[in-house]
Design a protein around this ligand. Structure first.
Ligand code: GTP
Length: 393
């Protein structure tokens, strides 16, 4: 079965959404200008007009001396669904890491690049840390477990993402996270408490900081920047009651975090503080990527991963984990991307489920992926998703 969606009619709607997305996210950071995908390159690019200080250097009023370049490689680790990809996309103001409401959306380590002023931040989005049992249950590739190692080995610092919205798991760092931090304890690390928007009581956060850092971060004194301390103070002054005891729990905590940040990756709250922190600690080192690069992934790979992410969102339970998506066709002509992806299903029954009545579900999925990809590439895309089944009934 095949469904072709010609999206030229609706592409303006997507471009409008795209520019809104960028304007909102970049309001107080910098101005963006979109440029086309670099025809000669295999990486997706947008050009960004960086902050005014850099513009000055490149305009007629060139700086007297050559400015140094700084860079920092950050491995973002955490359990599946902690919000790692959402965090990176919103921090770099660009959708390069596919996200979904299901676990294991990210399957391999990928890079997202953000350049501001003299500093280039290179984020490694890593697959959620998993146990061998989870690898089996979700039919994950064996390379899954080791993918984060590659990222950490290239990192200067580890960002440890922790989901505070889940009251069952938030009071402890997962054992796989502690194991990883231990294994790479020579690297500095910081803790990100994510999804604070989902909390009714913010009071719980102070207690969590104490528990998860083994009481090593003092929320009332010199740790953190002014904003963070103000945030901690506001929480302290609220009337809510703490929910846990503050006794030391070494097996659920890590004592060597250098900073703790409270963020909502989805609303963008707190992300500027992290950006400032990373810029401050960046090393004097030449940039690896040109100023306009946002990822080193090939556009074809971004397309396939975006299809996979939306299949995870639209299909129930374990079904999407047993599908295989592959690019069939990719080209770019006159500023428009043409792509076709084939989804192989384990049976005709599953294929019918994906397509839905009169192909309605497949059309919905295709529209959603198209919208995501317009945000990714900043240009129209004509996308076809076709399905086939391994077995007929
Ligand atoms: N409420 C809320 N939801 C969030 C936040 N950040 C991420 N999410 C949601 O959490 C889910 C998982 O987000 P992802 O960014 O895909 O998580 P991940 O850690 O990359 O997941 P894996 O690929 O499984 O490792 C998605 O449904 C996001 O919309 C947040 O700050 N607040």
């Amino acid at each position: 079965m095949e469904l072709l969606l010609n999206n030229f009619g609706s592409v303006n709607k997507y471009l409008l959404r795209f520019s809104k997305y960028h304007k909102v996210r970049t309001a107080n950071i910098r101005n963006y200008s979109l440029s086309s995908l670099d025809d000669n390159s295999t990486t997706a690019k947008l050009s960004a007009t960086a902050d005014p200080t850099t513009d000055l250097a490149t305009s007629g009023q060139k700086a007297q001396h050559k400015r140094t370049q700084n860079s920092l490689h950050i491995a973002v680790i955490g359990v599946p669904n902690a919000g790692k990809s959402t965090f990176i996309n919103n921090l770099i103001n660009h959708r390069v890491c596919p996200t979904s409401s299901k676990v294991h959306t990210t399957r391999k380590s990928s890079k997202a690049i953000y350049t501001t002023g003299q500093t280039q931040l290179v984020f490694y989005d890593t697959p959620g840390l998993v146990t061998p049992r989870e690898i089996k249950r979700h039919n994950l590739e064996q390379s899954f477990k080791s993918a984060y190692k590659h990222a950490i080995q290239h990192a200067d610092i580890i960002a440890c993402m922790h989901d505070v919205s889940n009251s069952w798991t938030r009071n402890a760092l997962h054992s796989t996270v502690i194991e990883t931090l231990n294994e790479y304890k020579h690297l500095p690390s910081f803790l990100i408490l994510n999804k604070i928007d989902a909390l009714r009581s913010k009071r719980v956060l102070l207690e969590l900081i104490r528990v998860l850092t083994n009481n090593t971060i003092n929320t009332t004194q010199s740790v953190g920047n002014k904003n963070q301390r103000r945030q901690y103070k506001r929480i302290e002054e609220s009337n809510d009651k703490p929910v846990t005891n503050s006794e030391d729990k070494k097996d659920v905590s890590w004592s060597n975090f250098q900073e703790v940040f409270l963020v909502s990756s989805i609303t963008g709250s707190g992300l500027n503080d992290i950006q400032d922190y990373l810029t401050r600690v960046a090393k004097e080192r030449s940039w690896e990527y040109s100023k306009g690069s946002f990822t080193d992934e090939k556009p074809e790979a971004l397309i396939v991963e975006s299809v996979r992410a939306r299949l995870l969102d639209y299909l129930p339970q374990e079904i999407p984990y047993n599908l295989h998506s592959a690019i069939e066709y990719f080209s770019e002509e006159n500023g428009t991307i043409y792509a076709s992806v084939e989804v192989t299903c384990p049976s005709a029954r599953i294929e019918r489920l994906i397509c839905g009545e009169s192909n309605g579900k497949l059309r919905q999925i295709t529209e959603r992926v198209t919208s995501d990809l317009v945000e990714t590439f900043g240009k129209p895309i004509s996308l076809t998703i076709s399905t086939r089944s391994k077995k007929t009934e």
